[in-house]
Design a protein around this ligand. Structure first.
Ligand code: CMC
Length: 391
């Protein structure tokens, strides 16, 4: 039989049982495996959180060291992947490049497609966690024309990412504790968010038993859109636009409320959070701290704060329960850290990677069936074929 009801955008459809992330949109609660996002952002580092999300418990020292070692051992990317990267124009958007390179990993690691055991899964996971930051860094270096760089095995996971991104040729790279802490925090805040668009994509692609890398590549494409992860780039471009236009936030508020105008206030609103986004609260404080620590004064931060204040007092936003989301202030921090605007969504992908992996692994371990929604057909009923010359 056919279906009788539909739920566009799956606003009220649960697709799975999951033990990974708890989210209460009314109360603004977000927990990974039972730990509050506030506590994790304050006390944990990103690799610990990745382990927690994927395997369900915080690692002890030995477990974390082994995990990190396995990741490092698997961080070499085949030299031929350079050739694929080289074929892209410099103007290519980094998200398109990253999704292509991630997809290409399947070709270079064919043994990772079949995951018949937990050990097979583990091999795919550590390979991806090892190689993905390399692809992220290469994507950024390609754009800026810098020679590609491998990291340093003696560095922490996040330290190494920063080095791979920023090391200049012929220069000693000195680690900045401020940047490491800021990136750790941002990546943790983005690490999982239950069944959002990209995560549902990863699960549904993975449910056909396509391998992990193909599933993640699809998730990256889903994340790219401006209604999802692409919002962090769109927010900064919007704030820049407002600044260039004389800083008149009221004009943009009016545009956002005008139903004839497609403009939306980027970084505002959320499918699930209807009182506040707990990640946005942490990031707003972090933006002040990090920019202060780095000695960066960014007029964009003032525009963002002004816009937030106006929106929070405006009946249009109040009635629709629209609050700043995780993407509203994150770009300001990334920019302060020296990361180019079109790399912001790539940074989101880097943070979301452990969540995607955890959800894919959970789905495979539970042997979930192939994802295959139904529809309500509203097209033509049966009609006869007309030859071309009679149409
Ligand atoms: N600016 C102006 N109006 C908005 C906005 C906005 N940012 N967001 C929602 N609305 C209005 C929308 O027009 C609708 O109004 P009405 O009831 O009069 O038709 C109402 O609020 C409900 O919106 P919706 O589009 O039905 O809500 P949704 O759950 O389908 O969409 C959303 C959620 C996040 C896609 C949406 O709020 C949005 O487009 N926000 C801007 C993009 C953004 O910041 N995305 C990042 C989301 S958080 C991190 C992530 O997922 O990556």
């Amino acid at each position: 039989g056919g279906v009788t009801t539909i739920d566009p955008g799956y606003k009220n459809t649960g697709s799975c049982e999951s033990a990974i992330t708890f989210l209460d949109g009314e109360k603004g609660i977000l927990r990974y495996r039972g730990y509050s996002i506030e506590e994790l952002a304050e006390k944990a580092d990103f690799l610990e959180v990745a382990f927690l999300l994927i395997f369900g418990e915080l690692p002890n020292k030995a477990q974390l060291d082994k995990f990190h070692d396995d990741i490092k051992k698997n961080s070499i990317v085949d030299e031929d992947v350079h050739k694929i990267l080289d074929a892209f124009p410099k103007s290519a958007h980094p998200m398109g490049v990253l999704s292509s390179l991630t997809s290409a990993l399947t070709a270079f690691n064919p043994s990772c497609v079949n995951v018949d055991s937990e050990e097979d899964m583990y091999q795919s996971v550590v390979r991806l966690l090892g190689k993905f930051p390399v692809l992220v860094a290469w994507t950024m270096r390609k754009k800026s024309g810098l020679p590609l760089d491998y990291g340093d095995k003696n560095l922490g996971y996040v330290e190494n990412i920063l080095k791979m991104m920023f090391k200049e040729p012929n220069e000693e790279y000195t680690q900045s504790k401020i940047l490491v802490n800021a990136l750790d925090k941002l990546l943790i805040l983005h690490a999982d968010h239950e069944q959002n668009c990209s995560t549902s994509t990863v699960r549904i692609v993975g449910s056909s038993h396509a391998g992990l890398f193909a599933s993640i590549s699809a998730g990256i494409s889903a994340l790219w859109g401006p209604l999802h992860g692409g919002a962090n780039q769109a927010v900064l471009e919007m704030l820049e636009g407002i600044k260039a236009d004389g800083g008149d936030t009221k004009k943009y508020m009016a545009k956002a409320k005008d139903k004839e105008d497609p403009f939306r206030l980027m970084g505002f609103g959320h499918r699930v959070y209807k009182n506040f986004d707990p990640r946005a609260k942490i990031i707003k404080v972090a933006a002040d701290e990090v920019l202060g620590d780095l000695g960066v004064e960014d007029p964009i931060l003032d525009i963002a704060k002004g816009l937030e204040k106006e929106a929070l007092e405006d009946p249009y936003f109040v009635d629709r329960k629209l609050y700043p989301n995780v993407d509203f202030y994150s770009g300001i921090i990334y920019r302060g850290m020296g990361i180019p605007t079109d790399m912001f969504t790539v940074m989101f992908a880097l943070g979301r990677l452990p969540g995607w992996i955890a959800q894919w692994r959970e789905m495979r371990l539970k042997k979930e069936p192939i994802g295959r929604p139904r529809q309500l057909y509203v097209g033509e009923t049966l009609r006869g074929f007309k030859p071309l010359e009679e149409r």
